[in-house]
Design a protein around this ligand. Sequence first.
Ligand code: MNH
Length: 475
Amino acid sequence: MSVPIPQPPTIPFIGNVTSLEKDVPLYSFRLLAKTYGEIFQLDLLGRKVVCVSSYALVNEVSDDSRFQKRVTGGLQEVRNLVGDGLFTVYSVCPSSHFVLSFEQAQPEEPNWGIAHRLLMPAFGTLAVRGMMEEMRDISNQLLLKWERFGPEAIIDPSEDFTRVALDAIAYCSMSHRLNSFYTEHQPEFTIAMANFLGESGLRANRPRVLQAVMRGTTAKYEADIKTMKNLADQIVSARKSHPIAKKDLLDIMLNSRDPKTGQAMTERSIAENLLTFLIAGHETSSGMMTFMVYFLLKNPETMRKLRAQIDEVLGDRPVQYEDFSKLPYLIAVMRETLRLAATAPMRSAQPLEDTTIGGGKYTIKKETTIVIQAWELHRDPAIWGDDADEFRPERMLDGKFEALPPNAWQPFGFGARGCIGRAFAWQEVSLVMASVIQKFDLSLVDPSYTLQIKQTLTVKPKGLYIHAAPRAGGG
Ligand code: MNH
């Protein structure tokens, strides 16, 4: 028997938009989940959105044969910059009504298939392993900066991790140095990207009439897009006129042919995917490292255990790829960080046909947006128990992580449209965080700091400042 999906009271014309906090929609989504339970729906300026947050429902919609990624809201606005790049490409052509089989249900905009097939191996574990020394080059810039600034300096870890993440992606994937550590303020490109992502999120929930009169904001938005496109075009054309020996991602995109169709990627698609990596690959990783610092500083016993393992395995030599498998506690801390603070807090899906979920309880029409709330999923007591809100890396150790039911831990999304940069992010965060903890005693500038969130397309701690004191003995 089908039952209605709960919905908060609506206001004429604008529906539930006022239910969402403008700066941190995540707070509102979480509150609504607490109030209405595992499923509720919202009317956002005529867009109908169904939010699911329990393990049972999320597990059910994590099924590529029935549901596909939906590009909507802020993500749809990001298309203003990266069009049908990997991250923002539409799954089903909006006009298509003929999705008949699983094979045909694969993402349909052709540029997804071509880019996906060319880039999957290039982002695989083995290829990423080959980027270790380039990542270290960037990571060392952070270590050197903190060392030279000394123990009194007030550090904004989110800014410096953003420098690391952006520079690492640019250097590893396109052999381009952004050199973010050599400017006092973030480089023009970084600022343009941050503004662009913030504004993309805001535009998604702004009524058309209001958007139309906000000329200054729109002009700024367009200028930021231009700044970023110019850099991408520059990188591509510089490479075309000066090829290099290295087979980096840019080289693969320029010179390979899709094994399935024999097609090459167009120059536009290459530029869009370069920008896609920069977008998809920096906020999520830098937010993850910032949350990790926050959790470690709030849980000194965890920090002590992690430090002890790092000291035991590494002593004072630089971490190597082979060490990662000997640092299970580091891995557990990383998993637990992404459980409690998935930096991509929501993803959207849509059913391919009118359907029901929850054992026939809830009817969901084809092309309805389903929002999957990772923060709630990752706290479902049915999976995580009564201490689900506690930061406890031990729950990820000794085979417990491997024994989790499918889709219980889903910070990297799901299925065909899941994260392509997972191995890259994992290696980068392992390298940077192992090195930081090996070399510095971290502390909060304000010991009474409590977590606040800054939300753009992703989330990260806001107003977190730390000291980083080089460890006695040189570390
Ligand atoms: Mn990443 C897709 C999370 C690091 C490039 N990424 C996704 C999705 C999630 C995600 C969730 C699915 C989004 C959706 O369903 O709409 N990604 C992360 C997290 C980290 C991360 C939590 C780090 C921590 N991602 C990276 C890095 C890169 C990257 C690093 C690039 C080097 N991610 C992508 C791309 C996609 C994606 C590209 C889109 C893949 C596709 O749709 O085919």
